[in-house]
Design a binder for this molecule. Structure first.
Ligand code: 15L
Length: 266
């Protein structure tokens, strides 16, 4: 892997991954709608709006692999999700294919399966149960990746990312937390492992309270280095500061599930 493109490079997760992948790949092109403040040596920046196909085509030219973190990363009105995550995601896979890119690591989300109850442990082969328009757009992205892998031979890895942070912030995050270094390990598997065709991994560290069976990632050599239990006391302090959320507390997606929820109205 010589030429890597990271989209969403100005965002929090994009910025963290750029630092961790610096030096791993000889040339990293970074892209976002706005220019990141801290462009490092060895990074080439090209601005692009993912909703504009010609701009996306331009940033994928000459690229071998893409780590796409672009798009909208939380719940939003349909127009925002549609442009950034539906049109944008389609454009990215289509442009990758037309430009001869070999691999895409798609930043999916736990919110593609957020309506699974917390007492259920799920693997990567369950029916998708998105908890928001945002989660639905990630389910769409996994489907687009699957199509381009099966039909055009793109090597695609979808990572259902939990919550990326230095520490788990609350009780829910004890189950879904991923330390940036562990996420970078998963991204590298997606970009480098010779046997990847189309795979789904959970973006989670070594979390004893996990709701996910991540044996598929382990099969490809994933060995998370960080454990959420080491931060349990702090996470529970964070939890105590949150408002009550009886609906969100039942489901893996938490507040994304309770937001706009009225399924119980009869
Ligand atoms: C996500 O997918 C979001 O991008 C992030 O902002 C967090 O909200 C995270 O999920 C989470 O579930 O905590």
């Amino acid at each position: 892997m010589k030429n890597l493109l990271i989209t969403g490079a100005a965002g929090d997760v994009g910025s963290r991954l750029r630092k961790l992948l610096k030096g791993v790949y000889p040339h990293i092109r970074i892209s976002d709608v706005r220019k990141p403040a801290n462009i490092a040596s060895g990074e080439e920046f090209i601005a692009a709006d993912l909703a504009d196909y010609e701009q996306v085509k331009a940033i994928t030219a000459g690229i071998d692999g893409i780590g796409p973190l672009g798009g909208h990363s939380i719940e939003a009105p349909w127009d925002t999700i549609h442009k950034a995550n539906i049109v944008g995601c389609y454009n990215l896979f289509e442009a990758a294919y037309r430009s001869g890119v070999k691999r895409v690591v798609f930043a999916s989300s736990n919110h593609a399966v957020g309506f699974y109850p917390r007492d259920r442990k799920i693997g990567v082969d369950v029916t998708l149960r998105p908890d928001s328009r945002y989660g639905m757009s990630k389910a769409f992205g996994e489907a687009v990746g699957s199509l381009y892998a099966d039909k055009h031979g793109l090597r695609v890895t979808c990572i259902r990312i939990g919550n990326v942070n230095d520490k788990p912030l609350d009780k829910r995050r004890l189950s879904i937390w991923v330390r940036p270094e562990d996420l970078a390990q998963l991204v590298r598997i997606g970009l480098e492992h010779p046997d990847i065709r189309f795979e789904i991994f959970y973006g989670a560290s070594d979390n004893a309270a996990s709701w996910w069976d991540n044996s598929n990632a382990q099969r490809f050599g994933y060995r998370p280095q960080f454990r959420s239990e080491d931060f349990r006391a702090e996470a529970m302090e964070g939890q105590a500061k949150l408002p009550p959320d009886p609906v969100g507390d039942r489901f893996q997606g938490g507040p994304f599930c309770s937001d706009e929820y009225d399924a119980g109205r009869g």
